[in-house]
Design a protein around this ligand. Structure first.
Ligand code: NDP
Ligand code: MG
Length: 389
């Protein structure tokens, strides 16, 4: 039996993970499930799957969680610290699917068991990629990609030598505002940006898809996972979301990974790796698909991409600043305090401000450095110098 924990179990990725686990409960020993606000779902899943412990990140909800678990034998805990401590419970496989930088510390702790960290939480790699990978190496643990594009690249690279790779291209749907006239983008509401043409995902990543901050994060994620130089990483708009990534080899071969837009493929691949098992994922019929479209992204529509390229080129703590500033700018947009088109300039300003102070270069990144710069970047982004100045 595989001992598993799911961090962010109540979210979109978490629920898809539990769906796969519930199909073969005899194969899994569920250790910890974590959530935040959705206590009923967390408790019901913990009871249904026989978890040892259920943890909510919301410290005020311990009573509610205890009540929901009463008589079940499942332990309850609450608070950000309790989520991190839950990762100290040994597992063979751990899903990191908390949204945001809050996913970093549980992931780092889970690596200490030397098993597999299935990483959906791309923020971990963006803000502290070298730290996470070094921790994995130190404990003989494996980080497997769950983001669909990176799972696709990982699969296309199986058995290949990175020296033979010329370029990695990840695809982007273009998001929910893809066909809006540029001049209307400033009026987009969180509801407009929070609808995705192809994927059913959490609200934050859906808005990040519309701004392409999600793709910007994924460019950085590609660098950190595969050690690819920034110049060899690109993205292309592909509205159908059926080709997830392409790997260009030096001999001219271009390997593409295709599949229905269903995260259970990438999650299932990471769950069963190195085997491939049957997964409840729709099969593509290419005659019915009929056409696949591709286009270069317009930098004026998606300024986040150029910011990410500068972050990749600079390295150091720039990824941590980029991620924190992006999260804070997204909060402001979701609270209707800034416009959709203010997010990228806001992030760029925060990066410039910290660059000016000369505190972003670091040969070795530590957790303390990441946490500190994360706080500074959030404060600066939320600060009074903002919109349209
Ligand atoms: P959701 O918003 O659907 O779920 C987020 C999860 O994190 C929920 O369980 C939520 O709890 C929990 N959570 C929220 N805030 C905190 C916090 N401060 N501390 C601890 N837990 C918290 O997000 P997604 O499932 O869409 O995304 C999860 C991660 O996976 C993100 O990093 C995203 O970028 C990545 N990803 C997602 C994809 C997708 O298809 N959804 C595709 C590729 C990557 P609760 O709901 O109970 O409040
Ligand atoms: Mg993705």
């Amino acid at each position: 039996m595989k001992r598993i924990s799911v961090f962010g179990a109540t979210g979109s990725i978490g629920q898809n993970t539990l769906d796969l686990i519930a199909r073969a409960p005899e194969d899994y020993d569920v250790v910890a499930l974590t959530g935040a606000s959705n206590i009923d779902r967390l408790a019901a899943d913990a009871i249904r799957l026989g978890a040892d412990i259920a943890v909510t990140a919301d410290g005020d909800r311990l009573g509610q969680l205890r009540e929901a678990l009463a008589g079940s034998g499942v332990e309850a805990a609450a608070g950000a610290g309790a989520v991190i401590e839950a990762a100290d419970r040994p597992t063979d496989w751990c899903m990191s699917a908390i949204v945001g930088a809050a996913g970093l510390q549980p992931g780092l702790r889970a690596l200490r068991h030397g098993g597999t960290l299935a990483l959906a939480n791309k923020e971990s790699l963006v803000c502290a990629g070298p730290l996470l990978m070094a921790e994995a190496a130190r404990h003989g643990a494996r980080v497997l990609p769950v983001d669909s594009e990176h799972s696709a690249v990982f699969q296309a690279l199986a058995g290949e030598d990175m020296a033979a790779v010329e370029q990695i291209v990840i695809t982007a749907s273009g998001g929910g505002l893809r066909d809006w006239p540029l001049e209307r983008l400033a009026q987009a509401t969180p509801e407009d940006a929070g609808t995705h043409p192809n994927w059913d995902m959490g609200q934050r990543i859906t808005i990040d898809s519309a701004s392409m901050f999600n793709k910007a994060m994924e460019l950085i994620e590609t660098k950190e996972y595969f050690g690819m130089p920034p110049g060899g990483i690109d993205t292309v708009v592909h509205p159908q979301s059926l080709v997830h990534a392409l790997v260009q080899f030096r001999d001219g071969a271009l390997m593409a990974h295709l599949g229905a837009p269903d995260m259970r493929h990438a999650i299932g691949y990471a769950l069963h790796w190195p085997d491939r098992r049957d997964l409840p994922v729709e099969r593509l019929n290419l005659a019915q698909v009929a056409r696949l479209d591709f286009a270069a992204p317009d930098p004026a529509r998606y300024p986040a991409l150029d910011i990410a390229r500068a972050v990749m080129a600079g390295g150091g703590l720039r990824g941590a600043v980029f991620n924190a500033a992006k999260e804070a700018a997204l909060d402001l947009f979701m609270d209707r305090q800034i416009a959709f088109t203010d997010m990228a300039p806001q992030v760029a300003r925060t990066l410039d401000a910290l660059e000016g102070r000369g505190c972003l270069d670091a040969d070795t990144i530590t957790l303390d450095m990441v946490l500190q710069i994360d706080r500074e970047a959030r404060d600066l982004t939320r600060g009074p110098v903002c919109v349209g100045d």
